[in-house]
Ligand binder design. Structure first.
Ligand SMILES: [Zn+2]
Ligand SMILES: [Zn+2]
Length: 458
């Protein structure tokens, strides 16, 4: 069992400020705790509450002693929000070792029952933070009802950081990834190799995305698609052959990815993210690629980054035609959703009437269409392998940019490909005040009764 701590950019910045301070600093991190079916624990950081200055009894570059006033108030806030509390303190100095000292271990033993009682979660956690040239280093553990070490911190904001714990084994296969490492360095390659990526939609765009990710070094996939492969799919789906027609798309793609490289593991779900159980599997992914063309699916994906801090790269191709059936343009869209950026709804990228139509039964939809109460669902849309592949490559490059940071800042959160014009343009949209994507509305841990704050068909 292991735990990942997911943080927004501001919370991560708060830890970096503590870690780079020349004197020992303490704080309480409030987090929502979730255990997945496979036993993996995810902590979602909610707030970092600093120890008030007057609560320090001793505070030097090598020692820290605080009164209980330093954390009692934070524990009450944790209880009110139904969250656990982690004791965080720093070991100052560049490349200082963020392992708990003998003294730290005694403090942990004292704090464990107190934190568990006061938050009413029977749960305690600690983090020791330091830095290596300004980059956060840490060790941490949970104890109480759930006992496990915190093996990774994942940060989702403009930049995406996946930092393993100080003592975690790292390192990618240097020979295999030599060319990647020459471009991005060892650390990024090792990060890529440690990612679990969910691909929603195993068609033209999804299969091209998955193939590129595998060749880049991703070894763990969650593949989701309800459909079986049709004849016409083989014109776009990577890894598919005529012999695969009729097989579930997730199996066609999964088998192919596992042949591309050693050590690839695919979790295959032949189902739709309109089903709660299927959508919930996305929580376990580090990054989600949305490669479907439906509005109802997007409506759900759009909420994930704000409730679960999982970044989503949503993409699509549109080939509109005029009245005579002639193509009037070829558009690609890659929208990156993460805490701090606008959701698909705020960007006007979801047609809510169509989203509703897509979830109705066929008879119900036909009746409402006839009566003029529902928009007609589009039929089979045009799709061409070169365009789906181009959009997939743009989406995967977007992941690289978020990890490496080679582009301009502020980073555009959406790219529109005017393929017919041979032009690419970026745009930035801020969350709308009060909407679920507005960080001030604090959605983390608020959907216990309604997953993602939505009604779900069973
Ligand atoms: Zn210490
Ligand atoms: Zn929004």
């Amino acid at each position: 069992m292991s735990a990942t701590l997911r943080l927004t950019g501001p919370l991560h910045d708060g830890l970096v400020v503590m870690a780079t301070s020349p004197i020992e600093t303490g704080a309480v991190l409030l987090a929502h705790q979730l255990t997945l079916d496979d036993g993996t624990v995810i902590l979602f950081g909610d707030d970092l509450i600093a120890v008030p200055d007057d609560a320090y009894e001793i505070r030097t570059d090598r020692a820290l002693q605080i009164t209980s006033d330093g954390y009692i108030h934070a524990l009450k806030t944790a209880r009110d929000r139904g969250m656990i509390a982690l004791w965080v303190h720093s070991h100052p100095g560049d490349r200082a070792i963020p392992r708990p000292s003998t003294h730290d271990r005694r403090v942990n033993e004292q704090l464990e029952p107190l934190f568990g009682d006061r938050t009413e979660t029977e749960q305690y956690g600690y983090l020791v933070v330091s830095h290596d040239a300004g980059a956060l280093t840490f060790t941490g553990e949970l104890s109480g009802q759930v006992t496990t070490s915190i093996t990774r911190i994942a940060v989702s904001w403009q930049r995406w950081i996946f930092r393993p714990a100080y003592d975690a084994p790292t390192g990618a296969d240097r020979a295999l990834f030599d060319r990647n490492i020459r471009a991005f360095g060892d650390g990024i390659q090792s990060t890529i190799s440690g990612l679990t990526v969910a691909i929603v939609g195993a068609g033209g765009t999804g299969s091209a995305t998955a193939e590129q990710l595998t060749r880049l070094g991703v070894r763990s996939f969650i593949l989701i698609d309800p459909d079986t492969l049709s004849d016409s799919n083989t014109t776009r789906v990577y890894g598919s052959t005529p012999a695969d027609v009729g097989r579930p798309k997730v199996d066609v793609l999964g088998d192919y990815l596992e042949r591309i490289a050693h050590g690839v593991h695919t979790t295959r779900i032949q189902g739709s993210i309109l089903t709660e159980a299927v959508a919930r599997t996305l929580i376990g992914a580090d990054v989600v690629f949305g490669c479907t063309d439906d509005n109802a699916g997007r409506l759900r994906l759009s909420r994930l980054p704000y409730y679960y801090l999982t970044p989503v790269i949503d993409c699509g191709v549109q080939i509109p035609s005029d009245q005579d059936g002639l193509i009037s343009g070829v558009f690609g869209r890659v929208t990156t959703l993460h805490p701090g950026a606008a959701c698909l709804a705020c960007r006007d990228r979801i047609d809510f009437a169509l989203a509703e139509a897509e979830t109705r039964s066929a008879e119900e939809q036909q009746r409402l269409e006839k009566e003029g109460y529902a928009p007609a669902l589009p039929g089979v849309e045009p799709a061409v392998v070169t365009f789906t592949t181009l959009v997939a490559a743009t989406a995967v490059s977007e992941l690289l940019e978020r990890l490496v940071g080679y582009g301009d800042t502020p980073t555009p959160s959406e790219l529109i490909l005017y393929i017919h014009d041979r032009t690419l343009r970026g745009n930035i949209e801020d969350p709308h005040t009060g909407h679920y994507c507005d960080p001030a509305t604090r959605r983390i841990g608020t959907d216990a009764d309604m997953f993602l704050g939505l009604n779900w068909a069973s």
